[in-house]
Write a protein that binds this ligand. Structure first.
Ligand SMILES: Nc1ncnc2c1ncn2[C@@H]1O[C@H](COP(=O)(O)OP(=O)(O)OP(=O)(O)O)[C@@H](O)[C@H]1O
Ligand SMILES: [Mg+2]
Length: 292
């Protein structure tokens, strides 16, 4: 947790004291149709890979009820976004420091009430989240299982939507259903696919090609394949050890896959689907998505 002195150091180190324009933060929502396909593990380890490649990353655990990121890194739950909204603590009070210098925010039950916030609460939330602008390059949102209205809001408001699926037929059909819903609300959505738990590169390619084809044919959307992650017993082992697999088993097949995905993501000249990025536009989209 941050004290006042830390906050001041932060302000100096991020140039918040002067009036230089702050670079935009890229907001990525990690989502899936079917639950349990590996979103939280992907979000955390992908964040670590981006960090090791020089990016500054904040992970927002938007999984209401289950503090996944806390558990995956073996920390006890701290303050959440609910504390920020309801008790007016600052963003620096709820921002937790994780391994390798990543930061994370626990969503907590506050996210559930996102739709019923009063205007002054929304204003406060926007102001506080905007502090992250210039502090980080990426805000990676790990969305929870199941498509609640709140989750859909996060997904539709993000600059990039990463859809995770596995080679199981149910995960593929659920991914298709999710993409269909996203495209219905935003035909220009920028969606990237990650096939998790593949047993071979050929299997990963086959699943991705299939989804790219059907979504193109029936939904007229150009899905981008980010890549695949190998099914690897080290993932489950690391989960039990409460250390991210990317750190605990850096030479494992899963970690190497994550490295490749992060490199590909950084190399891709990915367009931004809203024409504008950054926290304020993200939040403004969040508050408008369901009004029209
Ligand atoms: N690449 C992988 N190889 C092997 N096992 C994996 C892999 N990815 C995920 N798993 C297994 O799947 C479990 C669920 O992963 P995770 O919690 O990341 O899924 P999730 O999509 O976030 O779930 P939820 O929908 O409940 O939030 C992990 O605990 C791990 O055992
Ligand atoms: Mg999860």
């Amino acid at each position: 947790m941050y004290d006042q002195a830390q906050r001041l150091r932060q302000m100096f180190s991020t140039g918040r004291i002067d009036n230089r324009p702050k670079p935009s933060i890229r907001v990525m929502a990690v989502t899936s149709g079917k639950g349990g396909v590996g979103k939280s593990n992907f979000s955390l380890n992908f964040a670590l890979a981006l960090t090791s490649m020089g990016k500054k990353v904040v992970v927002l655990d938007a999984d209401v009820g289950f503090a996944n990121i806390d558990v995956l890194i073996g920390k006890s739950p701290g303050r959440t976004l609910a504390d920020l909204i309801l008790r007016r603590v600052s963003i620096w009070d709820i921002l937790e420091l994780g391994p390798l210098g990543i930061h994370y925010i626990a969503g907590g039950s506050g996210l559930q009430d996102l739709l019923s916030l009063k205007q002054d609460q929304v204003d406060y939330l926007v102001d506080e989240l905007e502090e992250l602008q210039g502090f980080a390059d990426y805000l990676i949102i790990d969305t929870g299982a199941g498509l609640t209205e709140g989750t859909l809001r996060f997904i539709l408001s993000a600059d990039d939507i990463i859809t995770v699926c596995t080679p199981e037929p149910t995960a593929i059909t659920d991914a298709y259903a999710l993409i269909k819903l996203v495209v219905k609300h935003n035909p220009a959505a920028h969606i990237q696919l990650v096939v998790n738990r593949v047993t071979s590169a050929a299997e990963g390619k086959q699943v991705a090609d299939k989804l790219v084809l059907v979504t193109n044919q029936f939904l007229h959307v150009q899905l981008q394949t980010l890549g695949y992650v190998f099914d690897d017993p080290k993932v489950s082992k690391a989960v039990k050890e409460q250390v991210p697999f990317y750190l605990q088993y850096p030479d494992s097949a899963a970690s190497r896959s994550i490295d490749q995905l992060a490199k590909k993501h950084l190399n891709l000249n990915v367009g931004i689907n809203h024409g504008d990025s950054g926290i304020r536009s993200f939040l403004s989209r969040m508050t408008h998505v369901f009004r029209n």
